[in-house]
Design a protein around this ligand. Structure first.
Ligand code: G6Q
Length: 551
């Protein structure tokens, strides 16, 4: 197979047809679509393995969808799915395969990359993780004073932090109560300092999670943790207290970590897609090997669905195309993610990284300039808190903001009837956003008013509605359903990248700021060094030099 050279999707006839279709249907109101078709939910919802996707509250018709499927064909989505699945180097700017899906293959499967079957390697690492986490969880991994581990600290950032953090938090009901898991990512010293302040070095285990083992933030935190450990214990040997997840064996060893306690992964696993690899070590530490395997199995189930189902019954494909519809053809700039589950409250941050680092690109795979908008700004917050914060803008603001509502039907924490209240709020929001509230309804509510007061209040109480949303209803947040959900979003991002002709798996955009920070750091510390930045950056550096008092 070869990687096609040109991205000319916006020159395809279906691109023009979709623009035309948008112009012809943009005044249509979803309320009318529901009023005129009692079967709309049946037509535009999909259930798969306990996961329900309701996409009926969108500004679309069967014609919209069929054009969007045509767009997917014009972008050769099937070809790209095959390329990704088979391990072709579709991350061309880094010359890498993209195989997070291989991390969730069962041991009986086989996947050849560069003439080697990678599945046995994946399972060998899983076994090593099992052995290690079983020992720690059983209280049989002894620290320097022969005491078992009570606290595990993951030191990592970006993909080496967000995914495992979200999953560990979401699966808290499955976690062993004897181990506390902490995540430290920020180079802001208060992150590590506040965490260490709560810990005893003799019973703490640090996981230094860095694929490259060159990431300054992580290495600075790891050095700080090492210093703290050595100072507090008087012990120079850190091997019982520091392990690593990394693809860089030399740097891990140079740090003082026993090579036997390095858990590896491969260049075909991108950071933001790496929770399924050894980067998931804190997750396995919290919930154990079996449940980690259930997480993988959930993701694998979603992979099979994605690679196997026709576009018309394919959840990631449908979600992705609906996103393209708003983003590209309606000009929507953002997309909101609202989990109605407290354990999933950090999920928007993970999806934000997944999506924005993958599809926040202005050029196509071969460096060609793209003449259309690509990835949206992803944002969000847990429900119902968000209702008391920013939903005002969704209901009565001027912007089109497509939303995803994610809600489990059952809770691990039944407190009176609070779960039903939570779900009622979730359903009510999507209903209100869709329906809006028209003049007749408001007038009925304000029947006691007349004159100026009525004129003033009436427009303020109107809700335009027609604000689109998808609802993803899980049976319950379990390792398996969470695996499905995360894989669903990974594939959604991939499909959108394919439509826009983007390489979703590199991230050159994060390099430049890092480069400039390396230049500014010594300038902050050298008061007499001449500055040659713009006047704003020079002014800020000088301000810091005047204000900062080193301890
Ligand atoms: C994710 C990015 C990025 C990466 C971090 C940490 O896709 O590549 O967020 O995960 O920069 O990198 P290391 O694991 O190499 O420290």
């Amino acid at each position: 197979m070869t990687i096609p050279r040109h991205n000319d999707i916006n020159a395809s006839p279906v691109w023009a047809k979709l623009h035309q279709h948008q112009r012809a249907t943009r005044h249509m109101h979803m309320r009318e679509l529901f009023d005129t078709d009692s079967r709309r939910f049946d037509k535009f919802s999909l259930e798969f393995d306990g996961l329900l996707l309701d996409y009926s509250k969108n500004r679309l018709t069967e014609r919209t969808l069929s054009l969007l499927f045509e767009l997917a064909e014009a972008a050769d989505l099937t070809g790209w799915m095959d390329r990704m699945r088979s391990g072709e180097r579709i991350n061309i700017s880094e010359n890498r395969a993209v195989l997070h899906t291989a991390l969730r293959l069962p041991e009986s499967a086989s996947l050849m990359v560069d003439g080697r079957n990678v599945v046995p390697e994946v399972h060998a690492v899983l076994r090593a993780m099992k052995q290690f986490t079983d020992t720690v969880r059983a209280g049989a991994w002894y620290g320097i004073e022969g005491r078992p581990v009570t606290d595990v600290v993951n030191l990592g950032i970006g993909g080496s932090d967000l995914g495992p953090q979200v999953v560990t938090e979401a699966l808290a009901p499955y976690a062993t109560p004897d181990l506390r898991i902490h995540f430290v990512s920020n180079v802001d010293g208060q992150d590590i300092a506040r965490t260490l302040a709560r810990l005893q070095p003799e019973t703490t285990l640090f996981i230094v999670a860095s694929k490259s083992f060159t990431t300054p933030e992580t290495l600075l935190n790891a050095e700080a943790a090492k210093k703290w450990f050595v100072k507090r214990t008087g012990q120079g040997d850190i091997r019982r207290h520091f392990v690593a997840v990394s693809a860089n064996p030399e740097a891990v060893e140079a740090f003082g970590i026993d090579p036997a306690n390095r858990f590896t992964f491969w260049d075909w696993v991108g950071g933001r897609y790496s929770v399924w690899s050894a980067i998931g070590l804190p997750v396995m530490m919290a919930v154990g090997y079996e449940r980690f395997c259930q997480l993988l199995d959930g993701a694998h189930t979603m992979d099979n669905h994605f690679f196997g189902a026709s576009f018309t019954r394919n959840m990631p494909v449908i979600l992705a195309l609906i996103g393209v519809w708003y983003n590209t053809f309606y000009g929507a700039h953002t997309h909101a993610i609202m989990p109605y589950d407290h354990g999933l409250r950090r999920l928007p941050a993970h999806i934000q990284q997944l999506d924005m680092e993958s599809n926040g690109k202005r050029v196509g795979r071969h460096g060609e300039r793209l003449d259309f908008d690509t990835g949206p700004v992803i944002w969000g917050e847990e429900g119902v808190n968000s209702q008391h914060a920013f939903f005002q803008l969704l209901h009565q603001g001027t912007r089109l903001v497509p939303c995803d509502f994610i809600v489990p039907m059952n809770t691990h924490y039944p407190v009176d009837h609070q779960h039903a209240v939570l779900v009622a709020n979730c359903f009510a929001q999507s209903e209100a956003l869709m329906r809006g509230k028209g003049e007749a309804e408001v007038l009925a509510e304000l029947a006691h008013l007349t004159g100026d007061e009525l004129d003033m209040l009436l427009p303020q109480k109107l809700f335009p509605g027609n604000q689109p949303s998808n609802t993803l209803a899980l049976d319950r947040v379990t390792p398996r359903t969470l695996g499905m959900l995360l894989a669903l979003y990974e594939h959604r991002v991939f499909v959108q990248g394919v439509i826009w002709g983007i390489n979703s798996f590199d991230q050159w955009g994060v390099e430049y700021g890092k480069q400039l920070a390396r230049r500014i750091l010594p300038e902050l510390k050298a008061p007499d060094q001449a500055l040659a930045h713009d006047s704003s950056t020079n002014g800020l550096i000088r301000h810091f030099r005047r204000q900062y008092h080193a301890d």
